[in-house]
Design a protein around this ligand. Structure first.
Ligand SMILES: [Mg+2]
Length: 207
């Protein structure tokens, strides 16, 4: 069974990875955006860690809500609302689940992604976070249903996220600031896909 310790260590590791990759995220956002994704994500993930520390007794849905609110209030641009929606809808999906197992966890992540897609009105191949998260969660669900252990399924999901992230390089941006560049966005990796791949990697590393 999965407990709050996993969510806490996941977000803690995510914050570390974001801090380690801040410069890279900023460089990606300088090429096709406004050069703030690194700083924004560092501020947001630190706020999540602080919110968790301030709520030692919260359950998974309550912590996920804290994470979502922290990202929403601290991360500028479109990434804040999208990460916020992902985490809050993930938490809501687990509100009535007594014992969270790998399958319920993966389904809740899927609910979070579905909400993110609705909120961002974004589709696959728009060169966004969705291009990393969607293949990752498809793989996670497939592997869990095929009987893989959570850790093995997450390793496959992380590889799918990184492949999806890399695939954004060849895409034309159709959402956000990068979409103003049109064809000139081709050849650059999407910063949101890059930070999303770190989110999946963090989960793999702590699970
Ligand atoms: Mg930006």
């Amino acid at each position: 069974m999965i407990g709050t310790d996993l969510l806490r260590s996941w977000m803690g590791r995510f914050a570390e990875l974001v801090a380690e990759h801040e410069k890279e995220l900023t460089e990606l956002d300088s090429a096709i955006g406004d050069a703030d994704h690194g700083a924004n994500m560092v501020r947001g993930t630190r706020a999540v860690v602080d919110a968790f520390a301030a709520h030692p007794d919260d359950d998974i849905p309550a912590l996920a809500k804290q994470a979502g609110m922290a990202m929403l209030s601290k991360v500028g641009g479109t990434s804040g609302p999208l990460y916020g929606t992902l985490f809050m809808s993930f938490g809501k999906a687990l509100a009535d689940v007594e014992e969270v197992d790998a399958k319920a966890f993966a389904e809740a992540l899927r609910a979070g992604l579905n909400a993110l897609v609705l909120r961002g009105r974004t589709n696959l191949e728009d060169k966004t976070m969705v291009d990393a998260l969607s293949p990752a969660l498809n793989t996670l669900t497939e592997r869990i249903h095929a009987g893989d252990e959570f850790a093995a399924a997450l390793a496959a999901a992380r590889r799918a996220a990184e492949q999806g992230r890399d695939d954004t390089v060849a895409m034309i941006a159709r959402k956000g600031r990068a979409s103003y560049l049109g064809e000139r966005s081709v050849g650059h990796m999407d910063p949101g896909a890059a930070s999303s791949a770190l989110l999946v990697r963090a989960l793999e590393e702590v699970a």
